[in-house]
Design a protein. Structure first.
Length: 246
């Protein structure tokens, strides 16, 4: 009997187990068209990243980007250095501009400094040109050359041209050198005028009618000098009575 009861229990347990429904299997992952879209998106992102890397490398090479600046321009804390020809098309505001060519030997090279105090140039020759490129002024250690038709020195209070040198000073012109002033003073140990033709224009001429009758018909005048240095022209200085106070 005991064996029959145990067999009956086993049969009931098997029936109960057969009646229980097993849960369905779940597929984990991306399948179908979603999977294809995901792969396409990954490929597209990879292509975009590669293009960005190539463009970044190309811009770096073209612009000359480096840790200190861009191309010939180097950025520092208090200044900017341009290692090459530089052109500023618009207005430039700065406290100081320095230009130097260190290609010279033994530390001798050209240098230009522009600051609030003025312009300082260290070079063998300093030259100023106009906008068309024509030379206006050239300065070197031996001479100053001015390539203009007129040269004017204008001062708000007093106009003065001072030439001081231990050596000779030569003023050479192809045509004419004009000195126009109320008073022209020449001071020196000696003043020499060397020329075939010397003209003293607008001198005070003594009245010929007041000269002695014997010399009234003379076609020449004598240059007379007063004690104060005033010059006048007369037919005969010994017989002329000229007012030297004029």
């Amino acid at each position: 009997n005991n064996s029959d009861e145990q067999q009956h229990r086993r049969m009931n347990q098997q029936r109960n187990l057969g009646g229980i429904q097993r849960p369905p299997k779940l597929n984990v992952g991306v399948y179908g068209w979603r999977k294809r879209c995901l792969y396409c998106l990954l490929v597209l992102l990879t292509i975009i990243v590669c293009i960005n890397l190539c463009l970044t490398l190309w811009l770096t090479l073209v612009l000359g980007l480096h840790w200190g600046g861009v191309g010939i321009m180097s950025l520092h804390k208090n200044h900017i250095v341009f290692n090459g020809p530089t052109v500023f098309k618009n207005t430039l505001y700065t406290d100081e501009i320095r230009s130097g060519d260190k290609s010279g030997t033994n530390g001798h090279y050209s240098k230009l400094v522009i600051d609030k105090s003025g312009i300082n140039a260290n070079c063998e020759q300093f030259q100023i040109n106009d906008r068309s490129g024509q030379q206006l002024i050239a300065v070197d250690s031996s001479e100053i050359r001015v390539f203009t038709n007129d040269m004017s020195i204008i001062s708000a209070t007093e106009g003065r041209l001072t030439l001081s040198s231990n050596n000779d000073i030569d003023m050479i012109a192809q045509q004419t050198i004009d000195f126009v002033a109320n008073n022209i003073v020449l001071k020196g140990h000696s003043v020499r005028i060397q020329n075939e033709h010397i003209y003293l224009e607008k001198l005070h001429f003594f009245d010929r009618s007041k000269a002695p009758y014997s010399v009234r018909n003379s076609q020449s005048y004598q240059v007379c000098v007063c004690e104060n240095g005033l010059l006048f022209a007369a037919v005969d200085c010994r017989q002329a009575t000229f007012d030297c106070r004029e």
